[in-house]
Design a protein around this ligand. Structure first.
Ligand code: BTN
Length: 247
């Protein structure tokens, strides 16, 4: 049986689920809200979460593996969300490493994964997913209008967030089963590579200590990105944000 909590409004579904997790809520719980008053994004940013225009969802996992082994969950979730969106409206987003989903070079979905450890073991992982569904361009704050999009903008159709939520939960449960049974992750890796727009491009890596320029070579088997710096040194990076350089 599915465990889904539906909320009209919440500060952040990740925050809400974190409290439940601390009280012992089991693996597999979903929280879905119609709106968030303080939706959070990566790198301390906020996530615009207007009422009934998008999907704001969090998913609780209690995997029996090491913190290192669960790191690809965000990338695998990106593939699951792409699959759900494609099944729902026949549009397949691109993936921008690490975990932004892009249509026509604009962001349609973001994923925020947060982990809590007990000693060296995972206590829980929360995967938060925000999808822009029925937003018009003017619904986004001015600073996002050139970089954000929605499924409505891309398809010209008003779409049912509840149907997409159901399809998404099915895809996430498939992914969850794959993790529990330690099934090979090859499908997710193959799709993550196939749909990723970053390898083969000159990129800017945005780090807390400033930007670095590099060439993105390939996605490694652990979903990290192999980059080559102008001095010829290479590195595998697992976090940060990257953008493609036009020149
Ligand atoms: C990003 O692109 O920076 C990640 C955005 C993640 C947004 C989702 S919406 C549901 C969940 N609750 C939050 O507060 N954030 C995530």
């Amino acid at each position: 049986m599915r465990n889904i909590i539906h909320l009209e409004s919440v500060d952040s579904t990740n925050n809400y689920l974190r409290k439940l997790a601390a009280e012992g809520c089991p693996h597999g719980q979903f929280v879905v809200a119609q709106t968030q008053t303080a939706g959070r994004g990566r790198m301390g940013r906020s996530f615009v979460s207007q009422a009934n225009t998008g999907i704001y969802m969090s998913w609780l996992l209690r995997p029996n593996c090491s913190p290192e082994d669960i790191l690809p969950i965000t990338c695998m979730t990106a593939v699951a969300v792409c699959d759900a969106i494609y099944k729902f409206c026949s549009v397949r987003p691109d993936i921008k490493w690490v975990n932004d989903l892009i249509i026509n070079n604009r962001k349609v979905c973001g994923i925020l994964t947060e982990m809590s450890l007990l000693g060296s073991k995972i206590s829980y992982v929360i995967v938060g997913i925000g999808i822009n569904v029925n937003n018009c361009q003017k619904d986004f704050p001015v600073e996002l209008q050139d970089i954000a999009t929605s499924l409505f903008i891309e398809t010209g159709k008003h779409l049912s967030t509840s149907i997409l939520t159901d399809i998404l939960i099915e895809e996430l449960e498939k992914l969850g089963n794959c993790l529990i049974t330690s099934s090979p992750i090859s499908y997710y890796l193959q799709e993550y590579r196939r749909q990723n727009i970053i390898p083969g491009n000159h990129i800017r890596i945005i780090t807390p200590n400033g930007d670095k320029l590099a060439y993105a070579q390939e996605i490694n088997n652990d979903f990290s990105l192999r980059v080559c710096y102008p001095d010829g040194n290479t590195e595998n990076i697992s976090s940060y944000e990257v953008s493609v350089r036009k020149t």
